[in-house]
Design a protein around this ligand. Structure first.
Ligand SMILES: *Cc1c(COP(=O)(O)O)cnc(C)c1O
Length: 377
């Protein structure tokens, strides 16, 4: 079907630009292991993100895992279940115990009013998520972390290009982990980065991502392999030149969605946050079936019927994932549980055309009006 619409579509640089960028790889034969593209991309990222220190990794998940390991965390880590499986997996795979805090019902990030009550003497860190690119309450988190001597690692996989009060989002906390996966606002095919406050963490990350090898004939750490290769770094360099255009185009799609769906009772749209320059990473709508008459699953099915593939980001919440066999109680995070049952993320990418947005919204609105008619008859 020609007119299928997927939830996202990667932004691509002009082909010629990428070919030009990778030309010198053929001459140098440096394909990976922190070559010139890697270093150029790292420098360009530091200046775009407005951070002092960045380490590149093979993907966003390894950025999370390696940061937790580089910080030598132990015991419990407080996080939220309203996220991609990766956030929780990184904690568990690092031998840590996730403790789930519920989310704020307005912006879906960690509820800082509840955070403090979850801290025990075993707590070593907080891993909040800038979910959908919404900025966490960084001031409250910072205050709590200082009071108890906890590390803060932001999962910033959704927040590339976001600024808060004029500062790059990667400059908050002890570290922020970005994903450059093809489905994200900014990508390097696959890739990830950690931005961090203390320079010493860079040495640890560098060791961990390269088998613990820092100098020849010396293996200083028990690392893994999570290096970004030169082809991915080259893609990152190219895409970074166009990122502001991409975000602006996404903003136009976001505005169009608002114009069609604003003010419909029972449909909640993403809200702007004061002081935040957004990146329009996602367009989550929350359906209150008791008001609009249509359930999230009904709207999702109607869109699917028309070849439009929205996504239930994030369902189930990670504390209810099958792989954990009921180890966590989803009822302890009722806001996250309820949201995961009522949220639907609509297609959003730079090249999504206005008529496509209109078609998507027409179907959403049809679901609502049809259920209204049903309730009258
Ligand atoms: C995409 C994503 C990750 C993982 O990033 P990858 O680059 O795909 O490994 C982690 N956390 C969140 C919230 C994500 O959306």
């Amino acid at each position: 079907m020609e007119d299928r619409i997927w939830v996202t579509r990667p932004a691509m640089p002009p082909l010629d630009e990428y070919i030009e960028e990778i030309r010198d790889i053929w001459d140098s034969r440096r394909l990976t292991n922190m070559g010139p593209k890697h270093e150029a991309f790292r420098g360009a990222l530091c200046s775009y993100l407005g951070v002092a220190h960045t380490e590149l990794l093979t993907n966003g998940h390894m950025a999370l895992e390696m940061t937790m390991q580089a910080m030598k965390l132990a015991g419990e880590v407080i996080t939220t279940p309203f996220t991609f499986a990766s956030t929780t997996h990184a904690i568990v795979r690092s031998g840590l115990t996730p403790v789930f805090c519920d989310i704020d019902p307005e912006n879906y990030t960690i509820d800082t009013a509840q955070l403090e009550s979850l801290i025990t003497e075993r707590t070593s860190a907080i891993v909040p998520v800038h979910v959908y690119g919404n900025v966490c309450d960084v001031e409250a988190i910072d205050k709590i972390a200082r009071k108890y001597g906890l590390k803060v690692i932001y999962d910033a996989a959704h927040a590339f290009g976001v600024t808060y009060q004029g500062k790059g989002i990667g400059s908050f906390g002890d570290a922020s982990c970005f994903s450059f996966h093809a489905t994200k606002v900014f990508h390097s095919v696959e890739g990830g980065a950690v931005c961090f406050r203390e320079e010493a963490l860079g040495k640890e990350l560098h060791l961990l991502k390269n088998f613990g090898i820092f100098r020849p004939e010396h293996v200083d750490g028990i690392g893994a392999n999570a290096k970004m290769n030169e082809f991915c770094a080259a893609m990152g360099l190219c895409n970074l030149r166009h990122i502001e255009d991409v975000i602006e185009q996404r903003g136009r799609v976001d505005a169009l969605y608002h114009s069609y769906l604003e003010g419909i009772p029972g449909i909640k749209l993403p809200a702007r946050q004061p002081g935040v320059k957004p990146n329009y990473a996602y367009f989550p709508i929350v359906l209150d079936e008791t008001v609009c008459g249509a359930s999230r699953d009904a709207v999702d099915a109607a869109l699917r019927e028309a070849g439009i593939f929205a996504r239930k980001y994030f369902y189930p919440p990670t504390n209810a994932l099958d792989c954990f066999h009921g180890a966590y109680d989803v009822n302890q995070t009722p806001v996250a549980r309820k949201l995961s049952q009522s949220v639907l993320t609509l297609p959003l990418y730079a090249e999504l055309e206005p008529p496509q947005v209109e078609r998507i919204c027409r179907i959403v609105l049809q679901c609502v009006t049809q259920s209204k008619k049903r309730s009258v008859t």
